[in-house]
Design a protein around this ligand. Structure first.
Ligand code: ADP
Ligand code: TPP
Ligand code: MG
Length: 316
């Protein structure tokens, strides 16, 4: 088995490809990374822990994809294009080199897909696998949670609840479906669409903890309320095939890890937003309206819909 430094050189330094745009002033291999950008730099860090964010027996490829994509989701919600990321990793000593190879091969595929190299990080051993990805994105004008206005339409950028359905399958609480596992391990944050749509968007958040909880962040930060209709929630045919509509709605409202964007925009932009989404190979769903007041109201045919609005809470 090779040393820590040999592993860093062999597995992580090649992940500096493809080159960052604009390139780093000092890249991998020094005491620190040095970069310079003419635009605002948007930075977000997310940690994935074995047993908390993915099952302990998850494939290295799946852990790699989910860690990168869940971090990129925050860039999409800010309307920023990926620039580069850093990677901090704790790996149990018992993992063999084939694990390292498979993990970093998949990271390379993610780098190419998002055009986002890994320019630095930290490597240690420890009791369980922990992967921390800090992403850096660029934009001229970051989107915020705090700029929604009463009267805005509320939009989401993907089916909701599929990831929770995939997790339920892994945990033998529901039938396993390959498409749902794919949504759990390889979500598709709407990066290029959100960058292009940013000028029309008032406020945005990424849906990681659950729609009601995350939309609640927009409502609170914007000092207004939100009203959504459960019959307009985008539920995938696959999800509806494996569980009751009530269960699918519950997962769409609070399952979490959809890594979609939820955003608000003036109704006048509705057609243009849908056309733009199509150009970027995406679909948009309008799920409600921002209103005066506070909190998130969940309705069905104008009556309150009974649901749990608690999002995922690491200490709940
Ligand atoms: N340990 C921490 N130290 C400082 N700030 C934190 C810490 N944990 C979370 N935050 C900040 O609190 C806010 C909410 O965090 P979180 O719910 O994890 O956001 P997200 O869902 O976007 O990852 C973010 O702005 C985040 O940067
Ligand atoms: C083994 C396992 N159990 C449970 C979950 C469900 N789960 C874990 S974290 C989480 C919410 C999102 O994670 P968090 O760390 O809060 O992301 P952030 O909001 O910071 O982006 C959910 C739904 C999972 N993904 N894997
Ligand atoms: Mg977080």
């Amino acid at each position: 088995m090779s040393s820590e430094f040999e592993r860093i050189q062999r597995y992580f330094w090649p992940l500096a490809a493809p080159e960052a745009n604009p390139p780093a002033l000092i890249g991998n291999g020094d005491d620190a990374l040095a970069v310079c950008s003419g635009q605002a730099v948007v930075i977000s860090v997310d940690t994935s822990v074995s047993g908390t964010h993915f099952p302990p027996d998850a494939a290295p490829e799946d852990v790699a994809s989910k860690a990168v994509r869940s971090a990129i989701s925050d860039l999409a919600a800010m309307g920023a294009r990926p620039w580069f990321y850093t990677l901090s990793i704790v790996v149990p000593k018992a993992y063999d080199e084939s694990w390292w190879q498979r993990f970093t091969d998949q990271l390379m595929l993610e780098n190419q897909h998002w055009r986002m190299p890994c320019l630095g990080g930290d490597t240690t051993s420890g009791a369980i696998l922990v992967v921390t990805v800090q992403v850096h994105g660029l934009t001229d004008q970051p989107l915020r949670r705090s700029s929604a206005q009463p009267g805005d339409d509320i939009w989401v950028t993907s089916y909701l609840g599929d990831s929770a359905g995939g997790l339920a399958g892994l945990q033998q609480r529901a039938p396993i479906r390959a498409e749902l596992l794919e949504r759990f391990y390889r979500p598709e944050p709407p990066v290029s669409f959100m960058v292009a749509a940013a000028p029309m968007i008032h406020a945005a958040v990424d849906v990681s903890d659950g729609l009601v909880a995350d939309l609640g962040h927009i409502a609170k930060a914007s000092h207004c309320g939100a009203c959504i209709d459960v019959d307009s929630l985008p539920l995938s045919p696959t999800l509806q095939d494996i569980v009751s509509t009530e269960q699918a709605i519950a997962w769409a409202l609070s399952g979490g890890e959809d890594f979609a964007a939820c955003f608000t925009a003036a109704p006048v932009h509705a057609d243009e937003l849908c056309a733009l989404a199509k150009e970027h190979g995406r679909t948009l769903w309008r799920i409600g309206t921002m209103i005066e007041g506070k909190g998130v109201q969940v309705l069905r045919a104008d009556s309150p819909y009974n649901h749990s609005d608690a999002g995922y809470d690491h200490f709940g």
